[in-house]
Design a protein around this ligand. Structure first.
Ligand SMILES: Nc1nc2c(c(=O)[nH]1)N[C@@H](CNc1ccc(C(=O)N[C@@H](CCC(=O)N[C@@H](CCC(=O)N[C@@H](CCC(=O)O)C(=O)O)C(=O)O)C(=O)O)cc1)CN2
Ligand code: MET
Ligand SMILES: [Zn+2]
Length: 826
């Protein structure tokens, strides 16, 4: 009898060479017909299933593919496209891309965005739309990953209906290719949990009224899959790893009792987090099997093996789907041994979660250091690891060679002197307590900075990047290929920086940026310049839609061999008398968007990155850069899924940021930036970062976040984003003014900055310039309004007088500081 089965929760879908990205963007430009796009999708699926079969997996997974996002696929499957899109004669594929990318209304006279033009590459990342068009569905982070899903919009009136055959067609495709099929679905409770209520129905009521309507549709889906002849249906319920309200826990019993009626063998899949108080619930639900994350919930495996009735299948996600380290197969076998015993030798082996979150294959990474490469496993290699584990259990001798190779690689990694840097460790150990503390409190710093920068009220700025044009990308590609030499590349990027500076000057912005032309990505770029990091040639991971990232690999102690951004910043500042912000990515975000070493606590790695970036902050201020922005968009994303672990994470995250920033002199203004997450629950920690200015995404939530900032009395300066940069749609001045006036109602005017939501790298120049022109106009209007309010005018005069008085007394302090070395040494 066969005892060990292997499978994976899901496989990456963009293609080993990002074929899906290329096809999608061509389709959106009108260069590839829908039928050809569908053919590309079919070819990718066929290749990915073949790879799973060739690796010896017992089932291929069907339903993990999506042209944009798998949650969006479910919106169509379940027939709950929001009515606001007013769909009529569109094909399902057209509707799908409209949900994902929005729809343009009638172009407005003053709109110069060029939307729809075939050469506007930058408008093809999604979320297109003009006034009175339909904005796309909101995007948000998939649990604690850097993958973004499209948020279903539901209300108390939502009805569901089986409305797409795509999943069934894909199952037929796989069956026709001769595969044993395990179909996968997002479970009904996770689907409802991830949705957004659009009519203020509380989540709990949405559960009460929608679950009974949703379950029959799931029943139909399961019945159809069974009829098609799938071997298993994986139903993903990762919310079982969250702190769930009681009514949601209870709903699992009802839901799965009903789903089980369809008669399809269900594999309930959990991942990313331990089950904890939901463990016995998950084990007793009426399903045929349970998949658990054997990496993040390794400590629960024995309990699960005990609680789960023996007639059910236990699938153990023993190979890490969230990281790229080669599995220690001996250790894995050690973990599996007691489970095998408890389960009478019957076990399914799997990756902890879908492989969506790791790159395809090491095969193409010929430029990687061979020793480092031997320590890694990407998606393909992880499939092979599952096969070796299965063989090692079933026919130990046959696996001996593979196990020995794995053992040798693990041993060289463990023993490698390269991963430790004594100087980095000594420096961290010797850090004085005050290293994470700015010299003076914000109130004092603010006066010094005000005197130095001399900015108007409601200062205008942008978040850092300007359009990454095809010209920039192809110059970099040519440089990387060796077709353009270093001098030529540098000259091209310096010209791009000058171009960005001149346009900002012409727009009348107050605080400029250099535009980040020289960066491929805000994390990968720093990874390329820090010791202890490796970067891949083709290690792409989907972030959203057609957009991908290449997370660098942190394999050893981190240090900064040489200044990274200083020459670019100095060049930019030399071109203008206006202040240019130095632009850095913070330690928490660099950590969160990299593959992180697993041989020491993540927080220790964050501290090492913090020290490296601290040196960069110091070098920038020594080079005459008076404002340094340290981006931390991923601070919230890294928050543990379970409440109980959050405080410890936040403590260390805040400290890492402060370690980076605290080297700044009082007169150096530190900005930070955050975007695309819920921040309301971490406001005290955001305040504890003690950045002089935070620019933060707020426009999509119509500034609701600001109420929270207002209630909390956020102490430092704040720039709430006044327009969403994910769309080439150009908001007009009035729209931004409305947001700014709302901001003024809750935040003191003297604390407010004016800026977009996020960087402009995915945009084109025409819509960027048009939108920024309106933004600058809006700021000017705010100033006029403020000045004309008599009382405020008096206050601001008094404030100015105070600033001038303090400034003169502090002049000596500034002079003294400018001459001093780092605060750390002080
Ligand atoms: N790491 C990270 N995570 C993030 C963000 C982010 O900025 N960085 N932002 C948020 C949203 N996520 C985003 C993720 C990716 C992109 C994005 O624009 N990605 C680009 C790739 C960026 C990149 O690495 N560019 C490289 C490589 C560009 C490229 O594809 N070059 C062509 C050649 C082009 C030519 O010859 O002209 C090729 O290699 O084939 C470069 O500029 O050097 C894409 O998918 O298109 C945007 C937002 C949250 N998470
Ligand atoms: C995802 S946050 C982006 C911040 C970065 N400075 C940029 O403008 O692109
Ligand atoms: Zn951002």
């Amino acid at each position: 009898m066969k005892n060990i089965y292997t499978h994976i929760p899901g496989f990456p879908r963009v293609g080993a060479q990002r074929e899906l990205k290329t096809a999608l963007e061509r389709h959106w430009r009108g260069e590839l017909a829908a039928a050809e796009l569908e053919a590309e999708g079919r070819a990718l699926r066929a290749r990915h299933w073949a790879r799973q079969r060739d690796a010896g997996l017992d089932f291929v997974t069907v339903g993990d593919f999506a042209f944009y996002d798998h949650v969006a696929n479910h919106i169509q499957l379940l027939g709950c496209e929001p009515a606001r899109f007013g769909f009529q004669a569109e094909t399902p594929l057209e509707r799908y891309f409209t949900l994902a990318r929005g729809r343009a209304g009638a172009p407005r006279g003053d709109c110069a965005c060029g939307h729809g033009s075939a050469n506007d590459q930058n408008s093809h990342d999604g979320h297109d739309g003009h006034d009175s068009g339909s904005p796309a569905l909101e995007m948000t982070k998939w649990f604690d990953t850097n993958y973004h899903y499209l948020v279903p919009e539901l209300d108390a009136a939502t009805h569901f209906e089986l409305s797409s055959t795509r999943l069934f067609d894909e199952v037929d495709e796989a069956l026709a290719l001769g595969h044993a099929v395990k179909a996968t679905l997002i479970g009904p409770l996770t689907f409802l949990w991830l949705a957004r209520s659009t009519d203020a129905t509380p989540r709990r009521d949405l559960l009460d009224c929608l679950l009974p309507r949703l379950l029959p549709i799931y029943g139909q889906v399961l019945a159809r899959l069974k009829e098609q002849g799938v071997a298993w249906v994986q139903v993903e319920e990762p919310i079982l790893g969250l702190d769930l309200p009681q009514e949601w826990r209870s709903a699992f019993d009802t839901a799965y009792w009903q789903l089980n009626q369809a008669g399809a063998p269900l594999l309930l899949a959990t991942y990313f987090s331990p089950l904890e108080e939901n463990l016995s619930l998950a084990c007793r639900l009426p399903v045929a099997g349970l998949h658990v994350d054997g990496v993040r919930a390794a400590h629960e495996l024995v309990s699960v093996a005990d609680w789960l009735p023996v007639h059910k299948v236990l699938s153990v996600g023993i190979v890490d789907g969230r990281n790229i380290w080669r599995t220690d197969l001996d250790a894995a076998l050690g973990t599996l041994a007691p489970l095998l015993e408890k389960r009478n030798g019957q076990l399914w082996l799997s990756t902890s979660c879908s492989l969506l979150h790791v790159p395809y294959s090491l095969e193409v990474e010929t430029a990687l250091d061979p020793e480092l490469a031997s320590w890694l496993a990407f998606a393909h290699e992880k499939l092979d690891e599952l096969a070796v584990l299965k063989t090692a259990i079933e026919q130990p001798r046959a696996a001996a060679a593979a196990l020995a190779a794995s053992r040798a690689a693990i041993a060289t990694r463990r023993a490698s002197p390269r991963v430790r840097d004594a100087a980095v460790r000594a420096r961290l150990a010797a850090l004085p307590d005050h290293a994470a503390q700015r010299k003076s409190p914000f109130a004092e710093r603010r006066l010094l900075q005000g005197a130095k920068l001399n900015l108007p009220p409601f200062p205008t700025t942008t978040i850092g990047s300007f359009p990454q044009t095809p010209a920039i990308r192809s110059a970099r590609a040519a440089f990387k290929r060796g077709d353009l030499d270093g001098t030529g590349y540098e000259a091209a990027m310096r010209a791009e920086i000058e171009h960005a500076i001149r346009r900002q000057e012409a727009l009348g912005l107050d605080v400029l940026v250099h535009g980040e032309a020289e960066r491929n990505d805000m994390v990968e770029y720093f990874g390329e310049h820090l010791a202890g990091f490796a970067f891949t040639r083709n290690g792409w991971v989907q972030s959203y839609g057609s957009r991908c990232v290449k997370p660098p690999v942190i394999w050893g102690d981190v240090s900064r061999p040489a200044p990274i951004t200083v020459a670019w910043a100095r060049h930019a500042q030399s071109l203008t008398p206006l202040p240019v912000k130095g632009m850095l990515t913070g330690p928490v975000t660099i950590l969160q968007w990299s593959f992180v070493r697993d041989d020491q606590p993540r927080a220790d790695t964050a501290d090492q990155i913090a020290l490296a970036m601290r040196d960069e902050v110091d070098d920038l201020q020594q080079a005459g850069i008076d404002i340094v922005q340290i981006d931390e968009p991923a601070l919230r994303e890294g928050l543990p899924l379970r409440q109980a672990r959050r405080a410890a994470y936040l403590d260390r995250a805040v400290r890492a940021f402060r370690l980076t920033a605290a080297v700044a002199r009082d007169g150096t203004q530190i900005h930070t930036h955050m975007c695309y997450a819920e921040f309301n629950d971490i406001l005290p920690q955001i305040a504890a970062l003690d950045a002089d200015v935070i620019t933060i995404e707020t426009s999509r939530s119509a500034m609701a976040l600001l109420d929270a900032f207002g209630d909390f009395r956020y102490p430092n300066d704040i720039g709430p984003g006044v327009y969403d940069i994910h769309s080439p749609r150009v908001p007009d001045r009035e729209e931004m003014l409305a947001l700014l006036r709302r901001a003024r109602a809750v935040i003191p005017a003297g604390q407010l900055w004016v800026n977009p939501d996020c960087g402009l790298k995915t945009r084109g120049w025409p819509e960027t310039e048009a939108a920024l022109r309106h933004m600058v106009d809006a700021a000017r209007q705010m100033r006029a309004e403020w000045a004309s309010e008599a009382t405020n005018a008096a206050t601001s005069a008094a404030a100015n007088a105070a600033v001038n008085a303090v400034a003169s007394t502090l002049t000596n302090k500034v002079a003294a500081e400018a001459g001093s070395g780092t605060a750390e040494a002080a």
